[in-house]
Write a protein that binds this ligand. Structure first.
Ligand code: ADP
Length: 625
């Protein structure tokens, strides 16, 4: 009663491409077949709810792999719903399934390397078996009354044969006759590894039986083997599928360390069960620290993705914005097709929604942490604050929320301060928020540019990390209050009478200003008097648009050619040194003093004087005098 049929054209075409594709990850066939087996059991269980003839024996639902290294075969067996002849023909031989048709259309325009991904996308995963097998036999007995077993066989060459099957119990066995170069798929350790990697959270136990290549040595060896084979290869229940209340903190932590390779304890765990228009589950971890390599934006990162308990891949960058690359965890969605490619994920609408939801939840969790667990939030700021700042720079959609989460060390007590708290505590009459970029907290605290601000009792926020230097230009306003950098432009802090005095002094000191300008012409753009200083004789400032000195040094260290931009030297007219300089008649002495003055201004902002050796000599001579 065997009958041989030709595959429909589209299937033949597809098979041809599958078999000859150079796709390297042929191993994905196993997860496709195991996933089909799991679906078949799901379906049997579901139908059994309303039909007593489906599973009267109430079986243990299982998936069994049998590897025969001698015969080079691998069998994947399930006791799920099974197929009758008609179902088998529909499912495996015709284009009744819309998937094959859509697949065939995609083929016409598609690139050959994408084939296996297309297989998954269009729900024709069964055919992936032909990547590793040159003969496939499907033997099935449909559950329910009055069914007869049926068999389907094909070499993937354009034809398939259907015949009476040999199964006596309901379910399906799929036997692959492995191609000569794919024989590793009949070895136990390869299968164990693949199941753990791709199918660990399949909800039914997957057992492995290896046919003996030689008889067991003795009874004990045989018993040991049987005991080993009685253990499922997969752990079955995904942690994220369980209810939050059922999972212990230790379990989360073990998962964080063992599966995600996290170190120590996570700073925060988020167990998400999103329901409604967007349904997905996720288990996310914020680490306490990250390695330096993470700071590099090109570094590989991303969450792992599961679709219906089946592992799709790790480092799925599409699931998070780049600034959240420190995040570890998994996302599981039932709305995605199995075996979607990374490229497809990039512009998948569901993935985009998940990314946005994940980002929002992280931002919300951080806001809560900042409010309720300030100590923990400080740990976060210290270890991961730079990522948040990168987010402030790059994630426009979330800039407002991120702004509220930023913390900066302040002048007043060196503590982390939010822009909101800064603004609330602003002194009377203070019109701007003041910031300063510097190499370190210490350098910032000692900058002469802050003297007048200190005198007025204004607080200042410091930007001292490498990322700060890059993003400083993004800070120009917070909640309608301008942000002003203490070392840039005119701080405009003097009142009318102070301004008048300054103008008059400028006139008197004009000859001195000209002399200094002339002497420092090569390095300084302008020399002017300031009210910015109270204790120091001078300081270097910049135009509001200029690169900060720290940023300049960093770019130069990275080998970049940074265009020169000259600084402005500001003098404190009330300082005795400036006063005596203006009265100095000995030209050589005046010139040396100007060099010393300038060198000092450089040191104050953390840069070397232009001629350090000369500066040293001048200091020594001064001390000797
Ligand atoms: P998909 O599973 O996405 O529908 P496949 O090509 O993997 O696509 O499978 C085609 C069809 O074959 C399935 O929809 C199902 O009807 C049937 N099938 C495959 N494997 C099994 C199995 N183990 N038990 C019962 N039916 C199966």
């Amino acid at each position: 009663m065997a009958k041989t049929c030709a595959f429909k054209a589209e299937i033949r075409q597809m098979l041809d491409l599958v078999i000859h594709s150079l796709y390297s990850k042929k191993e994905i066939f196993l997860r496709e077949l195991i996933s089909n087996a799991s679906d078949a059991i799901d379906r049997a269980k579901y139908l059994a709810l309303t039909d007593a003839t489906i599973a009267p024996e109430a079986p243990e639902w299982t998936i069994r792999l049998t590897a025969d290294a001698t015969a080079h075969t691998l069998t994947i067996e399930d006791n799920g719903i099974g197929m009758n002849a008609q179902e088998m023909e529909d499912a495996l031989g015709t284009i009744a399934k819309s998937g094959s048709k859509a697949f065939a259309e995609a083929l016409k325009e598609g690139k050959e390397t994408n084939i296996p991904e297309l297989i998954g996308k269009f729900g024709v995963g069964f055919y992936a078996a032909f990547m590793v097998a040159d003969g496939v036999t499907v033997d099935s007995l449909r559950r329910g009354e009055g069914q007869t077993p049926v068999k389907w066989m094909s070499a993937g060459d354009g034809e398939y044969t259907m015949d009476e099957g040999s199964r006596t119990t309901p379910g399906t066995s799929i036997t692959l006759h492995l191609r000569p170069d794919q024989e590793q798929f009949a070895t136990g350790w390869t299968l164990k590894d693949l199941v753990r990697r791709y199918s660990d959270f399949i909800a039914y136990p997957i057992y492995l039986h290896e046919e003996d290549t030689e008889p067991a040595k003795d009874e004990k060896a045989a018993a040991d083997k049987a005991a080993e084979e009685a253990k499922p290869l997969n752990t079955m229940v995904a942690l994220w599928k369980r209810s939050k209340n059922d999972v212990k903190q230790e379990e989360y932590e073990a998962f964080y360390r063992q599966t995600l390779h996290g170190t120590g304890e996570p700073l925060k765990t988020l167990h998400i069960a999103a329901e409604g228009t967007l349904e997905y589950r996720a288990l996310l971890f914020l680490p306490k620290t990250v390695g330096m390599e993470m700071m590099m934006p090109g570094n590989k990162h991303g969450l792992s993705l599961y679709v219906r308990n089946v592992f799709i891949g790790d480092e799925i960058e599409a699931l998070t914005p780049s600034w959240l690359r420190f995040l570890k965890g998994v996302v599981d969605s039932s709305d995605l097709p199995l075996n979607v490619s990374r490229e497809m994920l990039q512009d998948d609408a569901i993935i985009r929604k998940i990314r946005s939801d994940v980002t929002n939840r992280i931002l919300k969790a951080l806001a809560e942490m900042a409010k309720e667990q300030p100590e923990q939030y400080e740990t976060f700021t210290t270890a991961l604050g730079d990522f948040l700042k990168e987010g402030y720079h790059s994630d426009w959609e979330n800039r407002e929320k991120i702004t509220e989460l930023l913390r900066f060390r302040n002048l007043k007590d060196g503590k982390y301060t939010s822009l909101k708290d800064y603004k609330t505590a602003m002194a009377e009459g203070q019109k701007s928020i003041y910031m300063l970029t510097a190499d370190s907290l210490q350098a910032a605290q000692q900058s002469p540019c802050l003297e007048q601000l200190k005198a007025k009792g204004y607080d200042v926020l410091f930007l001292t990390t490498p990322v700060d230097q890059f993003i400083a230009a993004d800070f120009y306003e917070y909640d309608k209050t301008p942000i002003v950098f203490a070392d840039k432009g005119d701080l405009d802090l003097a009142d009318e009478s102070e301004k008048k005095t300054l103008d008059e002094t400028s006139k008197t000191l004009q000859p001195l200003l000209e002399t200094i300008t002339k002497q420092l012409e090569a390095t300084v753009k302008e020399v002017r008097l300031t009210s910015r200083l109270t204790d120091s004789p001078c300081c270097l400032v910049q135009d509001p648009s200029a690169l900060s000195p720290a940023m300049r040094r960093m770019l130069e260290a990275m080998g970049q050619n940074v265009p020169e931009d000259k600084r402005i030297l500001e003098l404190n007219p009330d300082h005795t040194l400036i006063k005596s300089l203006s009265g100095m008649t000995d030209e050589a002495q005046r010139s040396d003093t100007i060099d010393l003055l300038y060198g000092q201004a450089c040191l104050a902002e953390g840069t070397l004087p232009p001629d350090p050796a000369k500066f040293n000599r001048l200091v020594a001579a001064l001390m000797a005098r």
